[in-house]
Design a protein around this ligand. Structure first.
Ligand code: PEP
Length: 251
C-alpha cells in the first residue's frame, strides 16, 4: 500500500479545551472522508484528553508536542510516554525548532526524547532544520546531519519503523517565508542520502516539510516526490485551510 500524505497540525500554545475539541471534531469528520490523506493534530497537553475523547473511532490521530525519555521522576514540566499513551496519543513531536532555539534543547537531548519514544513504538516526528545564517553560510546539510546523527547513531531496526522526519527550515516557520520547491527538494534529498549513508537496515522514513505551509503553496510542495506531507503550524488552526489542503492532497 502506498503511504498516505500526512497533514500534521502543530497547534502549539494555541486553542483552549473547547476550541480544540471543536476543531478536532470538524477535522475528524473530514478525515473520515479521505482516502489518500491522514490528518494528525498535536494540541496543547491539557487539551489532549478532550480531543481524544471527541474524536474516538475516527482516523484522526492525536499526538503531543513533546515527550520525556524517563518513565517517571523529578522532571518538572515534562510528560512521560506512558502518560501520553494513557491519554490516547499516537505520536509525539520532538525537536521542534521552538524547543531547540527558545528552550535550548540540544540535538543530544532531542535524541534521548526520540529514541525513548521510538522504543515504546510511539510514532515520533523528529524535526530538524537550519537557521537562516546557517543556510546563508552554506551549512544546511551539516546542520541537518548534526541534528540527525545522535538519533541515527543508536537507532535500531524496530525503532526506525516508528520514525517520521520533519524538515523545517527555521527561517520559514511562522514567518510567511516558504522555502522554494528546489530548496525543499534538495534538503529532502540530502536527508535521504545521509540516512542511506548511515542506515542500511531500514528505508528512509517519510519526510514532512514544514514552514509557512498553507493552501496557496501546498500543491507545489506535496507534489515533490520526497515530500510525504506537511507539518503545519498557523494554517492548522483553521478548518477551511486544512480542508483546502486535504482537497489538494486527495486530488
Ligand atoms: C511549525 O511550527 O512546525 C510550523 C511549520 O509553523 P508554520 O506553519 O506556522 O510556519
Amino acid at each position: 500500500m502506498t503511504q498516505k500524505n500526512i497533514l500534521a497540525g502543530n497547534w502549539k500554545m494555541n486553542l483552549g479545551i473547547s476550541e480544540s475539541r471543536e476543531l478536532a471534531l470538524d477535522l475528524s469528520s473530514l478525515s473520515g472522508t479521505l482516502s489518500k490523506t491522514e490528518i494528525w493534530v498535536a494540541p496543547s497537553f491539557v487539551c489532549i484528553p478532550a480531543v481524544v475523547q471527541a474524536t474516538h473511532g475516527s482516523p484522526l490521530r492525536c499526538g503531543s508536542q513533546n515527550v520525556h525519555w524517563e518513565a517517571k521522576g523529578a522532571y518538572t514540566g515534562e510528560l512521560s510516554i506512558a502518560m501520553l499513551k494513557e491519554c490516547g496519543c499516537s505520536f509525539a513531536i520532538v525537536g521542534h525548532s521552538e524547543r531547540r532555539h527558545i528552550f535550548g534543547e540540544s540535538s543530544s537531548l532531542v535524541a534521548q526524547r526520540a529514541l525513548a519514544a521510538l522504543s515504546a513504538e510511539l510514532t515520533t516526528v523528529l524535526c530538524i532544520g537550519e537557521k537562516l545564517e546557517e543556510r546563508e553560510s552554506g551549512n544546511t546539510d551539516n546542520v541537518l546531519e548534526e541534528q540527525l546523527s545522535p538519533v541515527l547513531e543508536k537507532l535500531t531496526e524496530q525503532q526506525a519503523s516508528s520514525l517520521v522526519i520533519a524538515y523545517e527550515p527555521v527561517w520559514a516557520i511562522g514567518t510567511g517565508k516558504v522555502a522554494s520547491l528546489t530548496e525543499i527538494e534538495e534538503a529532502h534529498a540530502s536527508i535521504e542520502n545521509y540516512w542511506k549513508s548511515r542506515i542500511q537496515f531500514a528505508p528512509c522514513p517519510p519526510i514532512l516539510y514544514g514552514g509557512s505551509v498553507k493552501p496557496d503553496n501546498f500543491e507545489g510542495i506535496i507534489n515533490i516526490d520526497l515530500v510525504a506531507g506537511a507539518l503545519i503550524g498557523g494554517a492548522s488552526l483553521n478548518y477551511d485551510k486544512m480542508k483546502a489542503m486535504a482537497d489538494i492532497s486527495e486530488s
